[in-house]
Design a protein around this ligand. Structure first.
Ligand code: UD1
Length: 365
Protein backbone atom coordinates (compact mmCIF):
# COMPACT_ATOMS: atom_id res chain seq x y z
CA UNK A 1 0.00 0.00 0.00
CA UNK A 2 1.47 3.41 -0.92
CA UNK A 3 1.46 6.10 1.81
CA UNK A 4 -2.08 7.44 2.07
CA UNK A 5 -2.98 11.10 1.63
CA UNK A 6 -6.34 10.59 3.33
CA UNK A 7 -7.28 8.07 6.01
CA UNK A 8 -10.93 7.79 6.98
CA UNK A 9 -11.75 6.28 10.38
CA UNK A 10 -15.29 5.10 11.01
CA UNK A 11 -16.42 4.65 14.61
CA UNK A 12 -19.81 4.24 16.20
CA UNK A 13 -19.89 2.82 19.68
CA UNK A 14 -18.16 3.32 23.01
CA UNK A 15 -15.40 0.69 22.67
CA UNK A 16 -14.57 1.99 19.17
CA UNK A 17 -13.63 5.39 20.55
CA UNK A 18 -11.02 3.88 22.89
CA UNK A 19 -9.44 2.11 19.89
CA UNK A 20 -9.58 5.16 17.65
CA UNK A 21 -7.77 7.49 20.07
CA UNK A 22 -4.22 6.06 19.73
CA UNK A 23 -4.56 5.89 15.94
CA UNK A 24 -5.68 9.53 15.87
CA UNK A 25 -2.74 10.57 18.07
CA UNK A 26 -0.23 8.68 15.90
CA UNK A 27 -1.64 9.88 12.57
CA UNK A 28 -1.77 13.41 13.98
CA UNK A 29 2.04 13.37 14.12
CA UNK A 30 2.32 12.50 10.43
CA UNK A 31 1.72 14.20 7.09
CA UNK A 32 -1.61 12.57 6.50
CA UNK A 33 -5.14 13.87 6.54
CA UNK A 34 -7.28 11.90 9.00
CA UNK A 35 -11.03 12.26 8.80
CA UNK A 36 -13.20 10.81 11.55
CA UNK A 37 -16.73 9.68 10.81
CA UNK A 38 -18.98 8.96 13.80
CA UNK A 39 -21.89 6.80 12.72
CA UNK A 40 -24.02 7.87 15.67
CA UNK A 41 -24.64 4.27 16.81
CA UNK A 42 -24.00 5.54 20.33
CA UNK A 43 -25.32 9.05 20.78
CA UNK A 44 -25.89 9.77 24.50
CA UNK A 45 -23.32 12.24 25.82
CA UNK A 46 -22.07 9.78 28.43
CA UNK A 47 -21.72 7.01 25.81
CA UNK A 48 -19.93 9.15 23.25
CA UNK A 49 -18.88 12.80 23.85
CA UNK A 50 -17.35 11.95 27.23
CA UNK A 51 -15.00 9.48 25.54
CA UNK A 52 -13.86 11.96 22.90
CA UNK A 53 -13.14 14.44 25.70
CA UNK A 54 -11.33 12.05 28.05
CA UNK A 55 -9.26 10.51 25.28
CA UNK A 56 -8.46 13.79 23.54
CA UNK A 57 -9.78 12.60 20.21
CA UNK A 58 -10.41 15.33 17.63
CA UNK A 59 -14.10 16.12 17.09
CA UNK A 60 -15.59 13.86 14.41
CA UNK A 61 -15.66 15.56 11.00
CA UNK A 62 -18.99 13.93 10.20
CA UNK A 63 -21.78 12.40 12.27
CA UNK A 64 -24.13 10.09 10.42
CA UNK A 65 -26.67 10.17 13.28
CA UNK A 66 -27.84 6.65 12.55
CA UNK A 67 -29.08 5.99 16.11
CA UNK A 68 -30.56 2.79 17.45
CA UNK A 69 -32.53 0.09 15.63
CA UNK A 70 -32.52 -3.57 14.79
CA UNK A 71 -29.24 -4.98 13.52
CA UNK A 72 -30.33 -4.71 9.90
CA UNK A 73 -31.71 -1.20 10.36
CA UNK A 74 -28.60 0.05 12.09
CA UNK A 75 -26.17 -1.64 9.68
CA UNK A 76 -28.13 -0.50 6.63
CA UNK A 77 -28.47 3.00 8.06
CA UNK A 78 -24.70 3.33 8.38
CA UNK A 79 -24.18 1.92 4.87
CA UNK A 80 -26.67 4.27 3.22
CA UNK A 81 -25.20 7.34 4.87
CA UNK A 82 -21.53 6.38 4.60
CA UNK A 83 -21.51 5.42 0.92
CA UNK A 84 -22.02 8.94 -0.53
CA UNK A 85 -19.43 10.32 1.86
CA UNK A 86 -16.87 7.73 0.76
CA UNK A 87 -17.69 8.45 -2.90
CA UNK A 88 -17.11 12.14 -2.31
CA UNK A 89 -13.93 11.84 -0.22
CA UNK A 90 -12.34 8.80 -1.91
CA UNK A 91 -10.05 8.03 1.05
CA UNK A 92 -6.92 5.95 0.42
CA UNK A 93 -7.81 3.72 3.32
CA UNK A 94 -10.86 3.26 5.51
CA UNK A 95 -10.13 2.12 9.05
CA UNK A 96 -12.77 0.20 10.96
CA UNK A 97 -12.50 -0.72 14.63
CA UNK A 98 -13.53 -3.63 16.82
CA UNK A 99 -16.71 -5.59 16.23
CA UNK A 100 -19.80 -3.43 16.43
CA UNK A 101 -22.46 -3.03 13.76
CA UNK A 102 -20.81 0.16 12.50
CA UNK A 103 -17.61 -1.85 11.90
CA UNK A 104 -19.20 -4.39 9.58
CA UNK A 105 -21.29 -1.72 7.83
CA UNK A 106 -18.28 0.48 7.08
CA UNK A 107 -16.16 -2.45 5.89
CA UNK A 108 -18.90 -3.47 3.45
CA UNK A 109 -19.30 0.03 2.06
CA UNK A 110 -15.57 0.62 1.62
CA UNK A 111 -14.82 -2.79 0.11
CA UNK A 112 -17.64 -2.46 -2.42
CA UNK A 113 -16.32 0.92 -3.50
CA UNK A 114 -12.90 -0.64 -4.05
CA UNK A 115 -11.35 1.31 -1.18
CA UNK A 116 -8.63 -0.27 0.92
CA UNK A 117 -9.93 -1.40 4.32
CA UNK A 118 -7.92 -1.70 7.53
CA UNK A 119 -9.37 -3.50 10.56
CA UNK A 120 -8.10 -2.49 13.96
CA UNK A 121 -8.51 -5.42 16.40
CA UNK A 122 -8.59 -8.11 13.74
CA UNK A 123 -8.60 -11.86 14.23
CA UNK A 124 -10.51 -12.22 17.51
CA UNK A 125 -12.92 -15.14 17.48
CA UNK A 126 -15.32 -16.48 20.09
CA UNK A 127 -16.52 -19.12 17.60
CA UNK A 128 -20.01 -18.28 18.81
CA UNK A 129 -22.14 -17.02 15.96
CA UNK A 130 -25.06 -16.30 18.26
CA UNK A 131 -23.15 -13.15 19.19
CA UNK A 132 -23.67 -10.32 16.70
CA UNK A 133 -20.09 -9.21 17.30
CA UNK A 134 -18.72 -12.51 15.95
CA UNK A 135 -20.53 -11.95 12.66
CA UNK A 136 -19.21 -8.40 12.52
CA UNK A 137 -15.64 -9.61 13.14
CA UNK A 138 -15.83 -12.23 10.40
CA UNK A 139 -17.23 -9.74 7.88
CA UNK A 140 -14.70 -7.02 8.72
CA UNK A 141 -11.73 -9.39 8.62
CA UNK A 142 -12.82 -11.07 5.40
CA UNK A 143 -13.11 -7.72 3.63
CA UNK A 144 -9.97 -6.08 4.99
CA UNK A 145 -6.76 -5.49 3.08
CA UNK A 146 -4.74 -4.95 6.22
CA UNK A 147 -5.56 -6.68 9.49
CA UNK A 148 -4.17 -5.25 12.72
CA UNK A 149 -4.14 -8.07 15.26
CA UNK A 150 -3.89 -7.47 19.03
CA UNK A 151 -2.47 -10.86 19.97
CA UNK A 152 -0.78 -13.91 18.43
CA UNK A 153 -3.94 -16.00 18.76
CA UNK A 154 -5.68 -13.40 16.58
CA UNK A 155 -3.01 -13.83 13.89
CA UNK A 156 -3.37 -17.61 14.10
CA UNK A 157 -7.15 -17.39 13.68
CA UNK A 158 -6.73 -15.32 10.54
CA UNK A 159 -4.12 -17.63 9.03
CA UNK A 160 -6.41 -20.56 9.87
CA UNK A 161 -9.19 -18.88 7.89
CA UNK A 162 -6.95 -18.53 4.86
CA UNK A 163 -6.14 -14.83 5.11
CA UNK A 164 -2.76 -14.29 3.40
CA UNK A 165 -0.15 -13.68 6.08
CA UNK A 166 1.23 -10.57 4.35
CA UNK A 167 -2.06 -8.81 5.13
CA UNK A 168 -1.76 -9.55 8.85
CA UNK A 169 0.13 -7.11 11.07
CA UNK A 170 0.70 -8.07 14.70
CA UNK A 171 0.58 -4.55 16.15
CA UNK A 172 -0.56 -5.42 19.68
CA UNK A 173 -3.47 -4.29 21.77
CA UNK A 174 -4.56 -0.74 21.00
CA UNK A 175 -6.77 -0.55 24.13
CA UNK A 176 -3.61 -0.64 26.21
CA UNK A 177 -2.28 2.50 24.48
CA UNK A 178 -5.32 4.43 25.71
CA UNK A 179 -5.12 2.86 29.14
CA UNK A 180 -1.44 3.68 29.64
CA UNK A 181 -1.89 7.27 28.58
CA UNK A 182 -4.91 7.75 30.86
CA UNK A 183 -3.48 5.96 33.87
CA UNK A 184 -1.85 8.95 35.64
CA UNK A 185 -5.02 11.05 35.29
CA UNK A 186 -7.19 8.12 36.40
CA UNK A 187 -4.98 7.61 39.44
CA UNK A 188 -5.25 11.27 40.33
CA UNK A 189 -9.01 11.19 39.95
CA UNK A 190 -9.23 8.56 42.73
CA UNK A 191 -12.87 8.00 41.85
CA UNK A 192 -13.30 5.38 44.58
CA UNK A 193 -13.09 8.17 47.20
CA UNK A 194 -16.06 9.92 45.69
CA UNK A 195 -18.07 6.72 45.85
CA UNK A 196 -17.00 6.24 49.45
CA UNK A 197 -15.46 2.81 48.85
CA UNK A 198 -12.08 1.54 49.90
CA UNK A 199 -9.33 0.45 47.54
CA UNK A 200 -9.46 -3.28 46.79
CA UNK A 201 -12.69 -3.71 48.73
CA UNK A 202 -15.38 -3.23 46.15
CA UNK A 203 -16.64 -4.82 42.95
CA UNK A 204 -17.27 -3.00 39.68
CA UNK A 205 -19.96 -4.47 37.45
CA UNK A 206 -20.92 -3.92 33.82
CA UNK A 207 -23.48 -6.00 31.94
CA UNK A 208 -24.98 -5.24 28.56
CA UNK A 209 -24.85 -8.33 26.34
CA UNK A 210 -28.29 -9.24 24.98
CA UNK A 211 -27.76 -12.84 26.17
CA UNK A 212 -27.41 -11.60 29.76
CA UNK A 213 -29.85 -8.74 29.96
CA UNK A 214 -32.62 -9.32 27.41
CA UNK A 215 -33.98 -12.49 29.00
CA UNK A 216 -35.71 -11.53 32.29
CA UNK A 217 -34.98 -14.86 33.96
CA UNK A 218 -31.24 -14.59 33.25
CA UNK A 219 -31.12 -10.93 34.26
CA UNK A 220 -32.88 -11.65 37.55
CA UNK A 221 -30.42 -14.43 38.31
CA UNK A 222 -27.53 -12.04 37.69
CA UNK A 223 -29.09 -9.29 39.81
CA UNK A 224 -29.54 -11.74 42.68
CA UNK A 225 -25.89 -12.71 42.39
CA UNK A 226 -24.92 -9.04 42.59
CA UNK A 227 -27.04 -8.55 45.71
CA UNK A 228 -25.30 -11.52 47.32
CA UNK A 229 -21.85 -10.16 46.45
CA UNK A 230 -22.90 -6.76 47.78
CA UNK A 231 -23.77 -8.30 51.14
CA UNK A 232 -20.01 -8.69 51.70
CA UNK A 233 -18.52 -5.75 49.79
CA UNK A 234 -20.05 -2.78 47.96
CA UNK A 235 -20.95 -3.24 44.31
CA UNK A 236 -20.69 -0.30 41.90
CA UNK A 237 -22.72 -0.79 38.75
CA UNK A 238 -22.67 1.85 35.99
CA UNK A 239 -25.60 0.75 33.88
CA UNK A 240 -25.71 0.68 30.07
CA UNK A 241 -28.98 2.14 28.69
CA UNK A 242 -30.04 -1.24 27.27
CA UNK A 243 -29.59 -2.85 30.69
CA UNK A 244 -31.24 0.03 32.47
CA UNK A 245 -34.48 -0.48 30.54
CA UNK A 246 -34.38 -4.23 31.17
CA UNK A 247 -33.74 -3.76 34.89
CA UNK A 248 -36.70 -1.42 35.13
CA UNK A 249 -38.82 -4.01 33.32
CA UNK A 250 -38.00 -6.72 35.89
CA UNK A 251 -38.73 -4.30 38.73
CA UNK A 252 -35.19 -4.00 40.08
CA UNK A 253 -34.95 -1.69 43.07
CA UNK A 254 -31.56 -0.08 43.59
CA UNK A 255 -30.37 -0.52 47.15
CA UNK A 256 -27.60 0.83 49.31
CA UNK A 257 -25.49 -2.21 48.54
CA UNK A 258 -25.77 -2.59 44.78
CA UNK A 259 -25.20 0.99 43.71
CA UNK A 260 -26.47 1.62 40.21
CA UNK A 261 -25.75 4.77 38.27
CA UNK A 262 -25.51 6.15 34.74
CA UNK A 263 -22.63 5.04 32.46
CA UNK A 264 -19.40 6.76 33.41
CA UNK A 265 -16.75 8.29 31.17
CA UNK A 266 -13.45 6.61 30.34
CA UNK A 267 -11.22 8.14 33.03
CA UNK A 268 -13.72 7.61 35.80
CA UNK A 269 -14.26 3.99 34.79
CA UNK A 270 -10.53 3.32 34.62
CA UNK A 271 -10.09 4.97 37.98
CA UNK A 272 -12.79 2.75 39.51
CA UNK A 273 -11.47 -0.41 37.87
CA UNK A 274 -7.82 0.09 38.79
CA UNK A 275 -8.67 0.19 42.50
CA UNK A 276 -11.36 -2.49 42.48
CA UNK A 277 -11.00 -5.84 44.24
CA UNK A 278 -13.00 -7.51 41.49
CA UNK A 279 -14.71 -6.77 38.19
CA UNK A 280 -17.77 -8.69 37.02
CA UNK A 281 -18.54 -8.00 33.37
CA UNK A 282 -19.58 -9.20 29.96
CA UNK A 283 -17.58 -6.53 28.13
CA UNK A 284 -14.71 -7.37 25.82
CA UNK A 285 -12.55 -4.39 26.70
CA UNK A 286 -12.77 -4.88 30.45
CA UNK A 287 -11.40 -8.42 30.15
CA UNK A 288 -8.28 -6.89 28.62
CA UNK A 289 -8.02 -3.87 30.90
CA UNK A 290 -8.33 -5.96 34.07
CA UNK A 291 -5.76 -8.42 32.76
CA UNK A 292 -3.33 -5.60 32.07
CA UNK A 293 -3.94 -4.10 35.51
CA UNK A 294 -3.89 -7.44 37.33
CA UNK A 295 -7.41 -7.00 38.71
CA UNK A 296 -9.43 -10.25 39.07
CA UNK A 297 -12.24 -10.39 36.51
CA UNK A 298 -15.24 -12.67 36.15
CA UNK A 299 -16.70 -12.65 32.67
CA UNK A 300 -20.31 -13.78 32.56
CA UNK A 301 -20.17 -15.54 29.23
CA UNK A 302 -19.74 -19.11 27.99
CA UNK A 303 -16.79 -18.13 25.78
CA UNK A 304 -14.45 -15.30 24.95
CA UNK A 305 -12.79 -14.02 21.81
CA UNK A 306 -9.95 -12.90 24.09
CA UNK A 307 -8.66 -16.26 25.42
CA UNK A 308 -5.30 -14.76 26.33
CA UNK A 309 -7.03 -12.94 29.21
CA UNK A 310 -7.87 -16.35 30.70
CA UNK A 311 -4.68 -18.23 29.83
CA UNK A 312 -2.27 -15.47 30.82
CA UNK A 313 -4.43 -12.97 32.66
CA UNK A 314 -6.80 -12.55 35.57
CA UNK A 315 -9.99 -13.36 33.68
CA UNK A 316 -12.30 -16.29 34.40
CA UNK A 317 -15.44 -17.26 32.55
CA UNK A 318 -18.51 -17.91 34.69
CA UNK A 319 -21.99 -19.09 33.69
CA UNK A 320 -24.96 -16.78 34.34
CA UNK A 321 -25.74 -18.68 37.49
CA UNK A 322 -26.14 -17.10 40.93
CA UNK A 323 -24.21 -19.70 42.94
CA UNK A 324 -21.37 -19.96 40.42
CA UNK A 325 -20.91 -16.19 40.28
CA UNK A 326 -21.12 -15.69 44.03
CA UNK A 327 -18.64 -18.42 44.88
CA UNK A 328 -16.20 -17.27 42.18
CA UNK A 329 -16.54 -13.69 43.45
CA UNK A 330 -15.90 -14.69 47.06
CA UNK A 331 -12.81 -16.64 46.02
CA UNK A 332 -11.51 -13.70 43.97
CA UNK A 333 -12.21 -11.13 46.68
CA UNK A 334 -10.40 -13.19 49.31
CA UNK A 335 -7.29 -13.30 47.12
CA UNK A 336 -4.67 -10.99 48.56
CA UNK A 337 -2.53 -10.50 45.48
CA UNK A 338 -3.02 -10.93 41.80
CA UNK A 339 -0.32 -10.48 39.27
CA UNK A 340 -0.43 -8.35 36.15
CA UNK A 341 1.05 -10.43 33.33
CA UNK A 342 3.26 -9.06 30.58
CA UNK A 343 1.61 -9.79 27.27
CA UNK A 344 3.51 -9.43 24.03
CA UNK A 345 2.92 -6.03 22.39
CA UNK A 346 0.40 -4.85 24.96
CA UNK A 347 2.81 -2.01 25.51
CA UNK A 348 1.24 1.29 24.52
CA UNK A 349 2.79 1.40 21.04
CA UNK A 350 0.07 -0.17 18.92
CA UNK A 351 -1.21 3.13 17.53
CA UNK A 352 2.31 4.05 16.44
CA UNK A 353 2.70 0.65 14.79
CA UNK A 354 -0.55 1.06 12.88
CA UNK A 355 0.48 4.51 11.67
CA UNK A 356 3.91 3.13 10.69
CA UNK A 357 2.28 0.35 8.67
CA UNK A 358 0.01 2.79 6.86
CA UNK A 359 2.42 5.65 6.32
CA UNK A 360 5.87 4.07 6.23
CA UNK A 361 5.13 0.56 5.00
CA UNK A 362 6.39 -0.99 8.26
CA UNK A 363 5.89 -4.70 8.89
CA UNK A 364 5.07 -6.35 12.25
CA UNK A 365 5.21 -10.14 12.27
C1 UD1 B 1 -22.98 -2.16 21.13
C2 UD1 B 1 -22.21 -3.25 20.39
C3 UD1 B 1 -21.47 -4.11 21.38
C4 UD1 B 1 -20.61 -3.27 22.30
C5 UD1 B 1 -21.48 -2.22 22.96
C6 UD1 B 1 -20.69 -1.31 23.86
C7 UD1 B 1 -23.23 -4.09 18.33
C8 UD1 B 1 -23.94 -5.24 17.74
N1 UD1 B 1 -23.11 -4.13 19.67
O1 UD1 B 1 -23.96 -2.80 21.94
O2 UD1 B 1 -20.62 -5.00 20.68
O3 UD1 B 1 -20.02 -4.09 23.27
O4 UD1 B 1 -22.09 -1.42 21.94
O5 UD1 B 1 -21.51 -0.47 24.61
O6 UD1 B 1 -22.80 -3.21 17.63
N2 UD1 B 1 -28.72 3.28 23.64
C9 UD1 B 1 -28.93 4.48 24.24
N3 UD1 B 1 -28.01 5.46 24.06
C10 UD1 B 1 -26.90 5.29 23.31
C11 UD1 B 1 -26.69 4.05 22.70
C12 UD1 B 1 -27.61 3.05 22.87
O7 UD1 B 1 -29.94 4.69 24.93
O8 UD1 B 1 -26.10 6.24 23.20
C13 UD1 B 1 -29.70 2.19 23.87
C14 UD1 B 1 -30.73 2.12 22.78
O9 UD1 B 1 -31.93 1.85 23.35
C15 UD1 B 1 -30.27 0.94 21.96
C16 UD1 B 1 -29.57 0.07 22.98
O10 UD1 B 1 -29.01 0.96 23.92
O11 UD1 B 1 -31.32 0.30 21.33
C17 UD1 B 1 -28.50 -0.79 22.39
O12 UD1 B 1 -27.57 -0.01 21.65
P1 UD1 B 1 -26.77 -0.67 20.42
O13 UD1 B 1 -25.81 0.30 19.86
O14 UD1 B 1 -27.75 -1.29 19.48
O15 UD1 B 1 -26.02 -1.88 21.06
P2 UD1 B 1 -25.22 -2.00 22.43
O16 UD1 B 1 -25.98 -2.90 23.31
O17 UD1 B 1 -24.81 -0.66 22.95
Amino acid sequence: MKPPALVLSVVGARPNFIKLAPVAWALGKRQVRHIIVHTGQHYDADMSDAFFRDLEIPEPNFNLAVGSGSHAQQTAGVMKRLEPLCCELRPDVVLVYGDVNSTAAAALVAAKLGLAVGHVEAGLRSRDRTMPEEINRIVADRLSDVLFAPSRDGCDNLVGEGIPSQRIQFVGNIMIDSLLRALPAARQLAASNRYGVRRGEYTVVTLHRPSNVDEPRVLQELLRALSDIAADRPVLFPVHPRTSRRMAAVGFQAGAKVRVFEPVAYLEMLSLVMSAGLVVTDSGGLQEETTFLGIPCLTVRPNTERPITCTQGTNRLVPPNRDAIVSAARAALSQTTSVAPTIERWDGNSGERIAAVLCEGARFD
